[in-house]
Design a protein around this ligand. Structure first.
Ligand code: ZN
Ligand code: MN
Length: 494
């Protein structure tokens, strides 16, 4: 085994739940409203106001738990976590403890072969996932002389997903986060918007000598709000700790923040300054009880999970792993692909169109697949025309597809109207091949003398002579026969 240190990483992810109202009051749960317009005595923490638990948040928590193969506790409890901060109006956060709604479970990711013994998938275990309320937001950049507070977010429901320290590299951390994000978005648990804070990640990182079991001193890196930052911040933190330990120093247990501009993590507070939250049971809320029947109802409502979908596409369409995951970037995009594959009967080709031309169009136009003008059936006709060798892929991409997007009618009609149909008639192709061989005695002779890569040149000449409409498969066959017969300039030596 390689000497040196091994990175041990565990992630805590705060997922905002997609409910209509907040966790304990009827205020709207929606991003972007004018500051402090979505508040009431409950989420402002006014004296005498009493929280009432939102049942939809509970169902969403169960939904994610079941998708992760976790245990759902039929009885879990709420605690108060006390700390003082201007954006926390009650002076405490209502969170779950000591029993959380969701316990254990796991998520499969592709293991990082550079740090694992072999390759192949690994299961990352979860410790628990608990319900809690979000805090408000301090706005430091609105005025030079003051910090403003917006309490619209105070009381928004969160599910905090606490992973075990099973990750072994920044790459694995990023893969895990993406897998969890996919699940959240596909199951409709949250919108997963990282920029708006809908999916936030903190990471615990420590190092230990390879081959040992005890965990080293850990550092918590806070607020990693993009997949790229997670990878960069963890890579930086692993390198920083490695340098410290190799120089004979010690890692200090502390909280660090990621400075994206400087490209480094910075100390925020040490363990000595860490807060004592003085947790105690929330007296205003009864224990959360869910019945077998309620759990079963959520279970029956689960759709096919993204990982299972990727697996099915690999098996039935022969897609690669990366290809399948890219198609799963967004549920509507994945559904479109599924419809295109079904309507064209060609899964592999449908995947290429989605990841090629369709993605290019979406990048240019914006608005995502919802704004894409072609229904899957219309594009499927084009995919089939290529598959049936009625037109070449080049013609489809360069001529028919733009005409389809421009609303010039159905693919088949465009091909007919513009005379784009591919020529696969052997007789016509034989004539062209014979002519090209006769016109290029030099290259033909060089080909026979061993410069076999001139074959490509000759194929190109034939295709060109056919105006780009010849079936390349038939051209290749006929040309091979022509060359085997010695071409039309059999003995012109080099
Ligand atoms: Zn409220
Ligand atoms: Mn939390």
């Amino acid at each position: 085994m390689k000497p040196g240190f091994e990175a041990i990483i565990g992630l805590e992810v705060h997922v905002q739940l997609r409910t209509r109202s907040k966790l304990f009051c009827a205020c709207r749960n929606a991003y972007g409203a004018s500051p402090n317009t979505q508040t009431c005595p409950v989420c402002l923490g006014l004296p005498g106001a009493l929280p009432v638990l939102n049942g939809e948040a509970v169902r969403l928590g169960i939904r994610l738990g079941l998708a992760l193969g976790a245990r759902i506790h039929e009885r879990s409890t709420f605690y108060r976590k006390q700390y003082f901060y201007p954006d926390l109006p009650k002076g405490y956060q209502i969170t779950q403890g000591p029993v959380a709604l969701v316990e254990s479970g796991s998520l499969e990711i592709a293991g990082d072969p550079t740090v694992r013994g072999g390759d192949g998938p690994v299961r990352i275990r979860l410790e628990r996932a608990h319900l809690e309320e979000d805090a408000g937001k301090s706005l430091h950049d609105q005025r030079p002389d003051a910090t403003l507070v917006d309490l619209n977010r105070a009381g928004v429901p969160l599910l905090e997903v606490v992973g075990m320290p099973d990750l072994r590299s920044p790459q694995e951390a990023s893969d895990y986060l993406k897998a969890l994000h996919r699940l959240v978005v596909f199951l409709g648990i949250g919108d997963g918007n990282l920029e708006e804070g809908g999916f936030r990640c903190d990471a615990n990182v420590s190092l230990r000598p390879r081959g040992t079991q005890a965990l080293g001193t850990r550092v918590e890196v806070k607020n990693l709000n993009s997949f790229r930052f997670v990878k960069q911040a963890l890579a930086h933190e692993v390198a920083r700790q490695t340098a410290l330990l190799e120089a004979g120093g010690a890692v200090v247990q502390e909280t660090r923040g990621w400075d994206a501009e400087a490209g480094e993590t910075r100390a925020q507070r040490t363990k000595e300054a860490a807060m004592d939250y003085r947790y105690f049971p929330e007296p205003d809320l009864p224990a959360l009880e869910v019945t077998e029947a309620e759990i079963a109802a959520v279970r029956t409502s689960l759709p096919e999970l993204p990982e299972a979908r990727a697996q099915r596409w690999r098996a039935t369409f022969g897609l690669g792993g990366e290809e399948a995951l890219t198609l799963l970037q967004d549920p509507a995009f994945a559904d479109y692909f599924e419809a295109l594959a079904a309507a064209s009967g060609q899964g592999k080709a449908a995947a290429s169109w989605m990841l090629g031309e369709v993605s290019r169009t979406l990048n240019e136009r914006g608005g995502g697949i919802a704004a894409f003008p072609l229904p899957p059936e219309a594009l499927a006709e084009l995919v089939r025309l290529v598959g049936d060798r009625r037109i070449s892929f080049g013609t489809a991409k360069e001529q028919v597809y733009p005409a389809l997007l421009a609303g010039e009618g159905r693919a088949g009609d465009i091909v007919t109207r513009k005379g784009l149909a591919q020529v696969s008639d052997r007789g016509a192709i034989e004539t062209l091949v014979a002519r090209v061989l006769a016109d290029h005695p030099g290259p033909v002779a060089q080909f026979h003398a061993g410069k076999t890569n001139l074959r490509g040149f000759l194929v190109g000449q034939v295709l060109k002579a056919g105006g780009g409409r010849l079936d390349p498969g038939v051209v290749n066959e006929v040309l091979a026969e022509g060359l085997a017969k010695g071409g039309s300039a059999p003995h012109a030596g080099p």
